[in-house]
Design a binder for this molecule. Sequence first.
Ligand code: ZN
Length: 192
Amino acid sequence: MNKFKPDYILTMKDIIKEGDPILREITDEVSLPLAEDDKDTLACMMQFLKNSQDPVMSKKYNLRGGIGLSANQIGLNKRMFVMYFTDSDGKLYEECLINPKIISTSASMIYLPQSEGCLSVDRDVKGYVPRYERVKAKAFNIKGEEVTFRLKGFPAIVFQHELDHLNGKMFYDRINSENPFKLPENTEIKSL
Ligand code: ZN
């Protein structure tokens, strides 16, 4: 039984924290057409991100602000995640992505100067996380349609962070372990 019904309000107690083995698993493909349970879960996850960015709701439910959430972060071994944010051009990304796959990437890379954050990580992690500057990817949307899309810059970073979750990877795995501010060599890489 899926507890994530449309009226279920996800809060921080539902978010799996680092150290839990489910965050280290390679998640399973979601079967299509999408089951009603999976649709309900995605709706809950999206509402969580919206609530987390809403001053009233985030205060009421004591939520940390989030822009992306993967299914294994709420304990489900499924290849799906949601993203909700506005990029620097004011474009809204409100996406439920199922079985996402990268088709190709740029050679050039980028990183966030302030490092990355994660709802599953309750500590400040310093260091640069190299990401591809551009990705071409495909996924299924909540209607079960296959969509191909290109992302660049910040949206590409968010996508790669969430896709990493589905592959059992945490953002800090990509930080240089000897010097967290060391960038990959022989690679075109710049700060976002
Ligand atoms: Zn994360």
